[in-house]
Write a protein that binds this ligand. Structure first.
Ligand code: ADP
Length: 251
């Protein structure tokens, strides 16, 4: 509960912060980037090498800042999910090529999609984004290759299993599991992965907004997220999405 509260408070604070300053900050970054471009393009080859390098550094930091601002704005402008009946298997199959391109060719993809899967009640765009975020993390966790599996199945949940969900719900859920055979996580890292801005990746490679977005989106759709991980063994994320057979109890 404490973790959920911290998560919600942090999300609200970020929403306000982003809405308030991101736009202004973007203008400032544009001012910096445009002027750096002018300097870099003015007289090609005439800049002393160390100045050229310094300016290129400014440009790459500025671009990273612009990228982060964009992600912050997307994060803070989270719209209420636009829920409709969707076939999760079709959504996954539609992302096959994107996932393939995202991970190295040393990674084997293994899809096992339950042909009997009921329709999920979910926002297609948000589900796609969640799969992409989870697949990207799985790819990052397996720099030397491995297997990325995506499984779907239908699971009957009772009240005791769904304590991690934002709203108490029970009944039939679509369960989508995204597993990797990568580096895994310690329990200390696992405790913090859904916090906005928590990342263990080097600067420029991780923003720490991927899993917090997945968590927020899935719980807003009335679903839940679970994680199991073993250091040097791998990680699996289970995403539960409601179906027409799920019962939500808002009280
Ligand atoms: P980012 O990928 O930008 O760091 P995320 O919110 O997506 O942000 O992930 C937060 C952290 O969770 C990662 O930095 C990493 O330490 C950990 N993590 C997420 N997915 C995995 C995974 N599949 N295997 C190992 N660690 C992971």
């Amino acid at each position: 509960l404490e973790q959920k509260l911290r998560h919600t408070q942090k999300m609200e604070a970020i929403g306000q912060l982003a809405a308030g300053v991101a736009h202004e900050f973007n203008n400032l970054l544009c001012g910096i980037l445009c002027n750096v471009d002018v300097l870099l393009n003015e007289k090609p080859g005439t800049l002393p090498p160390e100045i050229q390098l310094a300016l290129e550094d400014v440009r790459s930091c500025g671009r990273r800042g612009a990228n982060l601002t964009k992600q912050l704005l997307t994060f803070s402008r989270q719209k209420a999910p636009d829920v409709s009946p969707i076939d999760i298997n079709t959504v996954i199959r539609g992302l096959d090529r994107i996932i393939q391109q995202m991970v190295t060719d040393r990674i084997t993809l293994d899809f096992q999609l339950d042909p009997e899967l009921p329709s999920g009640k979910a926002d297609r765009g948000k589900v796609e984004q969640a799969i992409i975020n989870l697949a990207r993390n799985a790819g990052d966790a397996m720099p030397d290759g491995g297997t990325l599996s995506v499984h779907t199945t239908c699971e009957q949940l009772d009240e005791s299993r769904v304590s991690s969900f934002e709203q108490a719900s029970s009944g039939c859920f679509v369960k989508m599991s995204i597993a990797d055979t990568g580096c895994g996580m310690t329990s200390e890292i696992q405790k913090r992965i859904f916090e906005p801005f928590f990342t263990t990746k080097p600067i420029g490679q991780g923003t720490g907004l991927g899993l917090s977005t997945v968590f927020a989106d899935v719980t807003h759709m009335g679903g839940g997220v679970e994680v199991e991980s073993e250091v040097n063994e791998g990680t699996v994320f289970h995403i539960y999405l409601p179906t027409t057979g799920s019962v939500t109890n808002d009280s």
